[in-house]
Ligand binder design. Structure first.
Ligand code: ADP
Ligand code: ASP
Ligand code: MG
Length: 419
């Protein structure tokens, strides 16, 4: 008897009717002869609403208290799903991270899973029960509750699939699979039958929030067969994520993503001497700030200073504000500028390796639209450009067109439009 892990996202468990539908999908998998582990997200917009509530109290809550608050969401959906399955005459039990033993680093709000205990889940599976587990949460060896970062239930599911050597990990969502770009933004985006772990990882990192980046990282590392499917069209196979060595690469660009969740910070006129960049990024790291794109300008001949620009998550601005006085006193910059009007548009494709001209085509396309590029960063299979927010949509549409990522079909996407 094989083990299958199914993960259902917030839209899939948004109300009691949807939870009953999910119960049917889970029971179907069990009747196929599998042992089933289910991972659930919080219902609908629960996590967003809990964050809003905390902001009514304070703009700088302790990360520990945020974890205590946000981890409650998944416990509601897991118990309701267990009840729905029981009601339909099948045995199910819901477990939180502490009951399973999903151990993480002691790093609140962005913890990494380090170990998953097997005994309790195995006992229930061997007893013929379907095991429903709260996604997104973990527990430290000191008994503290942690969370894995927004969208982290995907990572809970893949980590459980790896720990229990599952045959498959199916991520059920409100889309029919992974598309060339967000089908809510470009309705003619094309569904991909397969995508490589490497490309999916880059796409997830640059803002395609259909999968949590660490879920793809874990699947690649542990060789977990993983797919993205629709909770509303259970017979559709969705998108399979496989090794790049198994793929035929036709197009240079496989997908495109846009991320409006960052701000750009420019530290102006930093003295051009060894050690300053080290000091700056150590200060940022010490207060838990993750930095994405970084640019240091050439030193100006007159003043012997340069500007250091970088991007961080916009939710981390209050943390940056706290450390800014220290940056000012240590580095004596002429100004610190925070630019909120930015969006990062990225193209991703393993097929761009050894194909010259892809960056040129991207920059030319933006130039033709009169779009100014504020920052650029690249990896072997990705090119990202920072542009003004108001130009993001037209950049995405034009780049989809130029790299042949759109088609004639209109994607069928369930749920609310992104706000
Ligand atoms: P869930 O609650 O099921 O985890 P998410 O909202 O986290 O769902 O992820 C699904 C959403 O991801 C879709 O509704 C879609 O708008 C968005 N998305 C962004 N990029 C893509 C893409 N390339 N392919 C499919 N969906 C994408
Ligand atoms: N509920 C959490 C969130 O909204 C985790 C998840 O859905 O994966 O980010
Ligand atoms: Mg998600």
């Amino acid at each position: 008897m094989g083990i299958v892990v199914q993960k259902f996202g917030g839209t899939s468990v948004a109300d009691s009717e949807k939870i009953k539908n999910v119960a049917d999908a889970v029971i179907k998998e069990k009747l196929n002869g599998n042992k089933v582990i289910v991972v659930v997200s919080a219902m609908g917009h629960t996590t967003d609403n809990l964050i809003k509530l905390s902001k009514e109290i304070t703009s700088t809550p302790l990360d520990r208290e945020m974890d205590m608050l946000l981890s409650t969401g998944e416990q509601v959906s897991m118990s309701l799903l267990a009840m729905a399955i029981n009601e339909k005459g099948h045995k199910a039990v819901s477990l939180n991270a502490m009951q399973v033993g999903i151990l993480t680093e002691p790093n609140h709000c962005r913890a990494r899973i380090v170990d998953i205990k097997q005994e309790r889940v195995k006992r229930h599976l061997d007893n013929g029960e379907i095991v429903i587990i709260a996604g997104f949460q973990g527990i430290t060896t000191d008994g503290e509750i942690t969370t894995l970062g927004r969208g982290g239930s995907d990572t809970s599911a893949v980590a459980l699939a790896a720990a229990f050597k599952a045959d498959r990990c199916d991520i059920y969502s409100d889309v029919e699979g992974v598309y060339t770009t967000d089908p809510r933004v470009v309705p003619t985006a094309q569904k991909l039958e397969v995508i490589s772990y490497e490309e999916m990882l880059e796409l997830a990192r640059v803002g395609a929030n259909v999968l949590h980046p660490r879920s793809v990282e874990t699947a690649k590392l542990c060789d977990v067969p993983m797919g993205v499917r629709s909770s509303f069209k259970l017979d559709d196979l969705g998108t399979l994520i496989i090794g790049v060595d198994k793929m035929e690469l036709h197009k240079p660009v496989t997908g495109l993503a846009c991320d409006s969740s960052q701000v750009r910070i420019v530290i102006c006129d930093v003295p051009d001497k060894p050690g300053n960049a080290g000091k700056l990024f150590t200060l940022l790291a010490n207060c838990g700030l993750s930095v994405d794109m970084i640019i240091q300008s050439y030193a100006r001949s007159m003043g012997n200073t340069n500007d250091i620009a970088f991007t961080i998550d916009k939710n981390d601005v209050p943390k940056f504000d706290k450390v800014a006085p220290e940056i000012k006193s240590i580095m004596n910059p002429s100004n610190i500028h925070i630019d909120e009007d930015i969006a990062k548009v990225s193209i991703v494709g393993a097929g761009m390796i050894d194909r010259p001209g892809i960056a040129a085509t991207m920059f030319e396309t933006l130039a033709k639209l009169g779009i100014n590029i504020k920052m650029i960063s690249t990896s072997e299979i990705k090119i990202s450009c920072l542009v003004e927010k108001c130009h993001a949509k037209e950049a995405v549409v034009a780049l989809c067109n130029v790299f042949e990522l759109d088609g004639a079909d209109i994607a069928d996407v369930k749920g609310d439009l992104p706000v």
